[in-house]
Design a protein around this ligand. Structure first.
Ligand code: ZN
Ligand code: ZN
Length: 408
């Protein structure tokens, strides 16, 4: 019953062409449920919104949770691929936005469908497979929504949580890191209140555009001046909205921040600094109303279990088809850790190489490979385009290999 590669590629291209934003993954969930049902899994849809759970029981043995995320991003695709997305969707603010699988979650979903089929075929294991197709990873709410909807009470508590994320490193490379592997993520919305008026009479206003511009600059000093060089932190201002006309000073400016940290102590310092600088810039500008800082999403770092990672590395090495590396701490974030924390189970989450190895031809040193990786469009880029066929083969095999190393 193993799905042929051509069929997997067709599913992948179909999902890629029809991406859906977080909590809107209705079509994707439908395809997942249909394929899992045909394979003989006990399927439940609507878990934590649009999540899908597939269970396959086969006698006594451990419960292994394999997780894939299904959501896409508000990005206008610019890959030029024949199966590129032209989809749009309405976001939470009621705006129509372009949608693209710019993070590769279509690949994760397809790989898990391929692994689901391969594990049905493989009769040499015992235990319980718990397949989790999660919504809304990018919004940071999907894993928690599934947990809150009784994921583990309804479908059993896993002995291990396994999953993978595609990355712009060559196909055939897997990245496994014990301990803190993916950063904690905090998304904030800062609203600065000024006092608008005519663009010709700034003296009669408190200009929130200037206040916001000063704050953006000031925030660059959090990492460079307040955090030790040995700590891993990113502070990004990813959006800045203010005003609609050149000759009107607006009343407010709204900034969107993304903060990544690997350590709770450092996370607290960074959030404190952002709050202090925001209030201080408002005071400096003479604002009469305090700025507002809202936490949009917040999720913890992914901390991979050392014993589980050793087991995973041994299994990948024994398969003989991958180069397994330690990628170092990743400043990207993932909410898969919420599943493992809620289950009280060890987590082993790895990076899956998805770039065309031909692009790395001639590179012989780690520095040369790193330089080439830095030049490639990365996840979230409008030009991010993993090599479909070979990555799917590698990703299916990695999931099966990992699951089998727990299922005997
Ligand atoms: Zn992403
Ligand atoms: Zn992602």
């Amino acid at each position: 019953m193993a799905i042929e590669l051509d069929a997997l590629i067709a599913t992948y291209q179909d999902l890629h062409r029809h991406p859906e934003l977080g909590r809107q993954e209705h079509r994707t969930a439908g395809i997942v449920a249909e394929q899992l049902t045909a394979l003989g899994y006990a399927v439940t849809t609507g878990v934590g919104g649009t999540g899908v759970v597939g269970v396959l029981e086969r006698g006594e043995g451990p419960t292994v949770l394999l997780r894939a995320d299904m959501d896409a991003l508000p990005v206008r695709e610019d890959t030029g691929l024949a199966y590129a997305s032209t989809a749009t969707a309405v976001n939470d603010d009621g705006e129509t936005v372009p949608v693209m699988h710019a993070c590769g979650h279509d690949l994760h979903t397809t790989c898990l469908l391929g692994a689901a089929a391969a594990l049905v075929d493989d009769e040499a294991w015992q235990g319980r497979l718990l397949l989790v197709f999660q919504p809304d990873e990018e919004g940071g709410g999907g894993a928690q929504a599934m947990v809150d909807d009784g994921l583990f009470e309804r479908f059993g508590t896993p002995d291990v949580v396994l999953g993978q994320h595609v990355a712009p490193v060559p196909v055939g490379v897997l990245g496994v890191r014990s301990g803190p592997a993916f950063a904690a993520s905090d998304a904030l919305r800062i609203t600065l209140y000024g006092s608008g008026g005519h663009g010709s009479r700034p003296e009669a206003t408190v200009d929130p555009v200037v206040m916001g511009a000063a704050l953006v600059q000031r925030l660059q000093t959090v990492v460079s001046r307040e955090i030790a060089a040995t700590d891993t932190v990113v502070v990004t201002v990813g959006s800045f909205h203010a005003g609609v006309a050149p000759n009107v000073i607006p009343d407010e400016a709204v900034l969107g921040l993304s903060i990544r940290t690997a350590d709770e102590r450092v996370r607290t310092s960074v959030l404190d600094a952002v709050g202090r600088m925001t209030r201080a810039e408002a005071t400096a500008a003479g604002a009469t109303r305090e700025p507002e800082i809202e936490a949009l999403t917040s999720f913890p770092p992914v901390v991979n279990d050392a014993v589980a990672c050793d087991r995973l590395r041994d299994a990948f090495a024994a398969a003989g088809r991958w180069i397994v590396v330690d990628p170092g701490p990743v400043t990207g974030s993932e909410d898969v850790g919420i599943l493992a924390d809620a289950a009280g189970a060890p987590c082993a989450y790895w990076l899956l190489g998805g770039a065309d190895p031909a692009l790395f031809a001639g590179a012989t040193t780690v520095e040369e490979i790193r330089a080439l990786v830095a030049d490639l469009p990365s996840n979230h880029s409008p030009r991010y385009a993993p090599l479909a066929g070979a990555t799917l083969e590698s990703g299916v095999a990695a999931l099966v290999t990992a699951a089998r190393s727990w299922l005997g």
